[in-house]
Structures are given as C-alpha cells and as structure tokens.
Design a protein around this ligand. Structure first.
Ligand code: SF4
Ligand code: SF4
Length: 273
C-alpha cells in the first residue's frame, strides 16, 4: 500500500512541489487517470501558509496538502457508477469520464482537495502521478522535486518506523488517510525577560511553563537577547514562573493561554532583590 509522508518541520515553503504538479498536469492529458488541469484555479498540491503569533514573536508554518488518498474516502462514497476508485496500490483516482457532472465529489472532500473543471464539467484532483508510476517512476513529481525531504512516497512498511507519532491532517474527519503528517504545528509561547529599571534584558533567566490542567512543566532559559520560547506545546491555559540570580521570582498566569492562538507574551519584568 503506497503512502505519502509529509514532514512539516522540513518544509520551507519553496512551493517547488506545487509548481511541478502544475508542470505535470496543466494542459496535459493523462487519461485514463486525469484530464488536463486548467491553467488557473486548481491546486492538486498546495502549500498552506499560516502566520502565527504576534510581532515581534512570529513564526510561519507551511503545510503541504493534497488528496489524502483516504481509506474511508467520502468522495468515493458519494460517487456514482464507480466514478472514484482505489487502485491496487491504494491511490484514489477520479475517473474523468465516469465523473462527468458529479459535482458532489468536490463537495464531499473534507480536505478541499477536489476542484471543479467548469469547462469539462468534471471533478479533478491529485492522482499520485499514477501515469508516471505505471511508467516506472518510483515517486510522483512533487516528491521528486522536494529538495528538503519534506515529502516522501513509498510502501507503508518502508516508513513504519518513522510513522510512530504521525498524525492525520484532520483527525476529526475520520477518513483514515494514506498521507501521514510528521511535526504538524502545535502552539508556541514566546516572550522576553527584562530589568526595566536597568533598561536591560536578563540573560540566563530560568523560565518554567506549567500546564494548569495537567500540571506538566517545561523549563528553558532566556538567550542572549533575553528571549525565551516554548514550541510545539498544547493549546491550553498556562502559568509562567521566572527566576534569575539577584532578582525576585515572578509568577504570571493572567492571559497565558494558547487555547485560541499562539502567544507572544511580551516582556516579563523582574525586580532586583
Ligand atoms: S517542495 Fe518540499 S520544501 Fe518546498 S514547499 Fe513543497 S514540501 Fe515544502
Ligand atoms: S482527500 Fe478528498 S478527494 Fe482525496 S480520497 Fe480523501 S475525500 Fe477523496
């Protein structure tokens, strides 16, 4: 069974995958797997970009998204006359002839991975470059183009070791996707510790983050700029404790929440003991 592995931590947002997908499919006829993709309006491979946090503590995450080649595929469930089928290797394909007029296939996909071709009146999406695989290629164009190893493709068994802890893009959709994500972005908290009276940042202050619901703690120290970061943390309510030699300890918990967003908590001031 073929699977894709997407390591979000390795993706730099270069969009080479997106571009070569266009190069492969726009105006090219790969029947029986795909009719030509129009020049505009469709992204069978797309890279979702999200800016997180608040200036100046901002991070940008890039998440490549394509058809998830689901085991429990809603697109297949609504398709009539076998218009969506699964190949023996697990790739889910929309038959461009049988799917004519079946707009419901577009609407059924929880990943927005299917596009409607107005001119041909067909739903279209990633085929996993099935035409190339049939021709001896071992990976689709997008995977071959990724210079950062953020995209992998192959047999499930080949990646079994690295897939422990892998996640689905939308677990709530319960579609059992054959695209496995590593390092999907969670939340972060960033901030800085400073002595405002001395007008200086405090280097090496110990900062402890406590999850108020679970009691779990994480500790870090401020860097040469007085900055601290807690990355890949849960969406939760937290408390922060800061200690530094020569200063009174400080406890902060008002508005330390990542429930709805990543958080730049700003400056935490310490006062000399
Ligand atoms: S080619 Fe690789 S690194 Fe570039 S956007 Fe695509 S997945 Fe990310
Ligand atoms: S991602 Fe969408 S189009 Fe692809 S198999 Fe799943 S439901 Fe179907």
């Amino acid at each position: 069974m073929k699977v894709f592995v997407v390591d979000v931590a390795k993706c730099v947002g270069c969009r080479s995958c997106q571009l070569v997908c266009k190069d492969e499919h726009c105006d090219n006829d790969w029947m029986p797997y795909a009719a030509p993709q129009p020049d505009t309006g469709q992204f069978w491979m797309r890279v979702d970009e999200k800016e997180r946090g608040q200036v100046p503590k901002v991070m940008v995450s890039y998440t490549p998204v394509m058809c998830q080649h689901c085991e429990n595929a809603p697109c297949m469930a609504v398709a009539k006359d076998g218009a969506v089928y699964r190949r023996e290797d697990g790739l889910v394909v929309v038959d461009p002839v049988k799917a004519r007029g079946q707009k419901a296939i577009v609407e059924a996909c929880p990943y927005d991975a299917v596009f409607w071709n107005e001119e041909l009146e067909i739903p279209q999406k990633c085929t996993g470059c099935a035409h190339l695989l049939d021709d001896g290629w071992t990976v689709p164009r997008c995977v071959e183009a990724c210079a950062h190893d953020a995209l992998l493709f192959g047999e499930y068994e080949d990646f079994a070791d690295m897939l422990e802890g892998a996640e689905a893009l939308k677990p709530e959709a319960s579609t059992a996707p054959h695209v496995y994500y590593l390092n999907l972005p969670k939340r972060f908290i960033g901030g800085e510790v400073a002595d405002l009276e001395a007008d200086e940042v405090i280097i090496g202050a110990e900062v402890t983050l406590t999850n108020k619901a679970t009691g779990e703690t994480l500790t870090t120290v401020t860097d040469d700029f007085g900055d601290f970061w807690f990355k890949q943390i849960d969406a939760a309510e937290y408390a922060i404790d800061v200690v530094a030699e020569g200063y009174l300890p400080r406890h902060v918990e008002d508005f330390v929440s990542t429930v709805d967003r990543d958080l730049n908590i700003g400056t935490i001031a310490l006062y000399q003991a």
